[in-house]
Design a protein around this ligand. Structure first.
Ligand SMILES: *Cc1c(COP(=O)(O)O)cnc(C)c1O
Length: 293
């Protein structure tokens, strides 16, 4: 299996936190593995086990040019001695960006498809063509979300529950696989708050309900900053100030948006006096390289 390192829970202290009478904790899951970090480790865990068990020697998956999932999959395959193929949305742009050049350096074969073709990536015919081209492979969906990914994240949530007491758990949401697992792994004495980073992501509710029947969660839609990988001055200055104050790095795509949302909710008195809020640092720091700041 992949290496795993236990991570710390850090308490953040500041005037505003004190003023609103809450406790704010951050689980530094971004430090669980140097390359397969954060939620990606847990999403891949059982998929990798299944790929090995079923004697596949190649992983194939999908992502955009800045995908943390492609990056993590390439690293995981490399660590386990598997081959990997990345189906990348859009045309090749040279020189390769940091994410894709890393993936390539870990042996991932990059295969570019048009945005149109990419939209059909789950169609049986498309998968069949991929099999003709790349032979046998273990398929991991875009973003790594499937039943086994949800199972991995549920397992993580169970360990978290043993580790510390909390009332709210906050995390960023992309495809919804991670939050679905977290919901499954926790009982309804905990409130789970997801911060979607995509614009117009109301479809996520249904997506999440495919994996869990539980209801102790909610999505906060006001913190996407214009959409996936979009930022503005307000977000970037929040990120900088946060890093200076707490010495915890954030990425502009996922964790900065969530953390901005958490502080905004604190200021709006969303959290009852005396609550403990656990924020999950889901990693993704490799994605910082795509931004200048
Ligand atoms: C992929 C990713 C997410 C989103 O996870 P989903 O399971 O797709 O919702 C959140 N944070 C970071 C840092 C990620 O890389």
């Amino acid at each position: 299996m992949l290496n795993y390192r236990n991570t710390e829970i850090i308490e953040l202290k500041s005037q505003i936190i004190e003023q609103f009478g809450i406790k704010l904790l951050v689980k530094r899951e971004d430090q669980n593995h140097p390359l397969v970090s954060g939620n990606k480790w847990w999403k891949l865990k059982y998929n990798l086990a299944e790929a090995l068990k079923s004697n596949h020697d190649t992983l194939l998956t999908f992502g955009g040019a800045y995908s943390n999932h492609l990056y993590a999959t390439a690293a995981a395959a490399n660590e386990l001695g598997l081959k990997s193929v990345g189906i990348v949305r859009g045309e090749e742009t040279l020189p390769l960006n940091h994410t894709l050049s890393f993936a390539k350096s870990r042996g991932m074969e990059l295969h570019y498809v048009s945005r149109e073709a990419y939209r059909n990536k789950t169609a049986p015919l498309f998968i069949e063509q991929l099999h003709k081209q790349f032979g046998d492979f273990y398929l991991i969906p875009e973003g790594g979300t499937n039943e086994l990914a949800v199972k991995g994240c549920a397992g993580f949530a169970r360990t978290l529950k043993e580790e510390t007491a909390f009332d709210f758990l906050c995390l960023p949401v992309g495809t919804g696989g991670t939050i679905a697992g977290i919901i499954e792994g926790l009982d309804d004495t905990k409130n789970i708050l997801g911060f979607p980073v995509l614009k117009g992501s109301e479809f996520l509710e249904e997506e999440i309900r495919q994996y869990t029947q539980k209801n102790h969660w909610q999505l906060l839609y006001d913190y996407h900053f214009g959409g996936y990988a979009k930022t503005n001055g307000e977000l970037m200055s929040f990120l900088k100030t946060f890093e200076e104050e707490y010495h915890i790095p954030l990425d502009p795509v996922y964790t900065a948006k969530m953390m901005f949302g958490v502080f905004d909710l604190i200021k709006k008195n969303f959290f009852p006096l005396g609550s403990t809020i656990l924020v999950l640092h889901t990693g993704g720091l490799q994605g910082r390289s795509g931004f200048s700041f």
